[in-house]
Design a binder for this molecule. Structure first.
Ligand code: AMP
Ligand code: MG
Length: 344
């Protein structure tokens, strides 16, 4: 049994966790930065990096104290090394390197997306490879076939905005504040999903990818027109997003076939309508549906520690000069998607 310290700082959450190779979460600590970013309606990279730097050491100390451990008891140190906001990633990675050096422990440089991709296996010991993963967060929207540790095939990605970004922007347009996803979901409950005609970008397209920019623009126009109630815009937007995700997943299943498990990860997985759609889609295709608990869906360090544990078990550690990578695709062999603002 090994114990891994995980460190996460790639966006607006600073986190530290201790997780064992037996899936025991010994401690997990998280400090959000919502208050710092709220006045700007989104994450400000420089503010994020400073906030990470202020809190990361006390947070790691608190995690160790909660688990009643010190660095000598830890087998390896796993830190997010990208992709993400470079200032924040550097804070976490440099901290991980310093601790690894001081305690003479191996460093594991974890791809944040790999943390999300493997997190369902921390929660569900019966989830074996391969599985189909919808990874939908504030920065990413991808369909991946997870074949094993370090073996990811990207089947689809967004050619412009991420699904979570579309939720956040819709919230901003409707004046709901940041972070927007949960607020849009709450407002949508009282609205009519058929009230506002909104597009389903790329629905039925031969391309496998997602697009949300046109949907966002349509939300802006619907709001500016003044003809629709905010709750109807929220409900209609959420339904359009559900339809887009479903259509692209059906495309991936028809192009690549089914696997035993359909899995969702990333902050958008918190959305009840999206979960319900995925559950139905899975059962229609004789697949098991797995979603990690909500706290494990959004950014956290337990998923980084767990990805570290999986990599450590596979003998994968990294040199101390491993450089932070603001862009770091999980599947480097994936072709670039066509589109205006292509994301890795
Ligand atoms: P992450 O990037 O994985 O930390 O996830 C954060 C993203 O998930 C943000 O864009 C949120 O708006 C989005 N999100 C969180 N909760 C919900 C929800 N209930 N419905 C839709 N999106 C959500
Ligand atoms: Mg994330």
């Amino acid at each position: 049994m090994s114990i891994i310290l995980g460190i996460e700082s790639s966006c607006d959450e600073t986190a530290a966790a201790l997780v064992t190779s037996d899936r025991e979460i010994l401690a997990h600590k998280l400090a959000g930065q919502e208050e710092e970013h709220a006045p700007y309606g989104g994450v400000v990279p420089e503010i994020a990096a400073r906030a990470h730097a202020e809190i990361i050491t006390p947070l790691i100390e608190a995690a160790l104290a909660e688990a009643d451990l010190n660095l000598d008891n830890v087998d390896a140190i796993a830190a997010t090394a990208g992709p993400g906001l470079i200032g924040g990633v550097m804070v976490g990675l440099v901290t991980g390197k310093a601790l690894a050096m001081a305690a003479n422990k191996p460093l594991i440089a974890v791809n944040h997306l790999e943390g999300h991709a493997l997190s369902p296996r921390l929660a569900n010991p019966d989830l074996d490879f391969p599985y189909l993963l919808l990874l939908a967060s504030g920065g990413h929207c991808q369909i991946l076939r997870v074949n094993g540790v370090g073996q990811y095939r990207r089947l689809a990605t967004t050619i412009d905005d991420a699904a979570g970004e579309a939720f956040d922007k819709t919230a901003k347009i409707l004046g709901l504040g940041y972070p927007g996803g949960p607020k849009v979901e709450t407002l949508a409950k009282t609205g009519d999903a058929d009230a506002v005609p909104l597009p389903r970008p790329l629905r039925g397209s031969k391309e496998p990818h997602f697009s949300f920019a046109g949907l966002k623009s349509a939300v802006v126009r619907a709001h500016q027109g003044g003809a629709y109630r905010p709750e109807d815009i929220a409900a209609s937007f959420q339904q359009a997003t559900v339809d887009c995700l479903k259509d692209r997943l059906l495309k991936a299943l028809s192009d690549h076939g089914t696997v035993p498990h359909l899995v969702v990860a990333g902050g958008v997985a918190a959305n009840g309508s999206i979960r319900a759609m995925l559950e139905k889609l899975a059962s229609d295709h004789d697949m098991q549906f797995t979603a990690p608990p909500l706290w494990l869906c959004t950014d956290n360090a337990a998923m980084i520690a767990w990805a570290g544990a999986e990599r450590f078990a596979a003998g994968l550690t990294d040199p101390l000069d491993f450089a932070a990578r603001p862009r770091w695709p999980l599947d480097p062999s994936a072709e670039k998607a066509r589109g205006a603002g292509v994301k890795a």
